[in-house]
Design a protein. Structure first.
Length: 335
């Protein structure tokens, strides 16, 4: 296996493996020195995971988000097309944008046709250009359309994956410990729990997400590798049916599980406070995806895959990982 990345912090434990070579360079550099062409020509499959995937970054540097999620990927897509190499393109469930039900009167919320997200039927609903939030979704959507077009015009073998909030150990960064800025919600809440700070709910925490274990996500990838004919030419939602909850519920559950894992009942009393999107993300034009409910029929019928791991198990594993790595355990022992 050959990888390309500028950083290796999350995969240091894999670097010594006989079957893995990491090139520490950007896609531009790898294309310029020919190592990307060599790797794509040699590979049975190319998996493109590169992107800047973080709502805070959408607000503060949207042009970099668009570049990394769309333009930087184009040489890889073109190479796969030229060399007829199977491309697995990691997209995002964010391409669905807001649900249609969020634009209709209250009763629309009970009509699954208006909010359940199906790869072949659901429209992709982006907000206005002045709301930078949509820079990532629009870039990813355009890349999907480009990949799909090359599949259609030039029979390029491809698979597009739309992940639903994958959670697990090593996800994201913890500000002040291994990164700076504002991470995704999981890491924001973990940081608050580690540091005895309030957990902040953006716009009341009413947005809903479907949480998926990284282990189920990896199983889905393996199912694709096992069934390349079933997987090619397809778009797959990959997520855990039934693991839907509001961000407010997520905060309450994480606080409870963290208190258990750390054997520190005081954590149950940490405040959970409301902030506006503008207070949290700045003036860069924040809007939110209201809801992400997955229709995973495609993955089940073509790949024989469905997610198995429930929310509490996902949160317990992930919180335990962060607690082990970052918590100041002497503080609890002293108390
Ligand atoms: N969010 C929150 N508090 C935080 C961080 C995020 O309430 O400390 C909200 C955010 O506004 C969104 C949801 O949590 O509604 C998920 O945010 P995430 O950063 O994971 O990205 P997304 O799922 O929107 O791509």
């Amino acid at each position: 296996m050959v990888g390309f990345d500028l950083e290796a912090g999350k995969i240091e434990h894999l670097l010594g493996h006989d079957n893995f070579t990491l090139h520490r360079k950007s896609i531009d550099e790898a294309v310029a020195d020919g190592s990307m062409q060599e790797a794509v020509a040699w590979a049975d499959v190319v998996v493109n995971l590169a992107a800047i995937c973080n709502p805070y970054e959408y607000a503060i540097r949207p042009s970099a988000v668009i570049k990394s999620s769309l333009f930087d990927a184009l040489p890889i897509v073109d190479l796969c097309c030229e060399l007829n190499t199977w491309l697995i393109q990691f997209s995002t469930c964010e391409v669905y944008g807001r649900t249609v039900s969020s634009y209709v009167p209250e009763e629309g919320y009970s009509d699954p046709d208006l909010y359940v997200q199906s790869e072949s039927r659901t429209p992709l609903v982006m907000g206005p250009v002045s709301k930078q939030r949509w820079c990532y979704a629009s870039a990813k959507q355009t890349l999907e359309r480009y990949v799909y077009a090359l599949g259609f015009e030039r029979q390029m073998p491809f698979t597009i994956i739309r992940p639903y909030n994958f959670f697990g150990p090593r996800m994201d960064f913890i500000p002040g410990r291994d990164g700076t800025g504002i991470p995704r919600v999981l890491a924001c809440f973990i940081t608050a729990l580690l540091d005895d700070e309030p957990l902040l709910l953006v716009d009341g925490g009413t947005a809903r997400r479907t949480i998926t274990s990284i282990h189920d996500a990896i199983d889905a990838m393996m199912a694709m590798f096992d069934r390349p004919h079933a997987a090619t030419g397809q778009i797959f939602n990959i997520g855990a049916d039934g693991n839907e909850l509001t961000i407010s519920e997520l905060a309450h559950r994480m606080r409870e599980i963290y208190a258990d894992v750390s054997c520190d009942p005081r954590k149950r009393n940490l405040p959970i406070l409301n902030v506006t999107g503008e207070e949290f993300y700045g003036k860069g034009g924040y809007e939110d995806c209201d809801r992400r409910v997955i229709d995973s029929t495609n993955a089940t019928s073509l790949l024989g895959w469905s997610a198995k791991i429930g929310i509490d198990e996902i949160l317990r594993e992930t919180i335990s990982y962060y607690y082990e790595i970052y918590a100041d355990k002497t503080a609890v022992a002293t108390r």
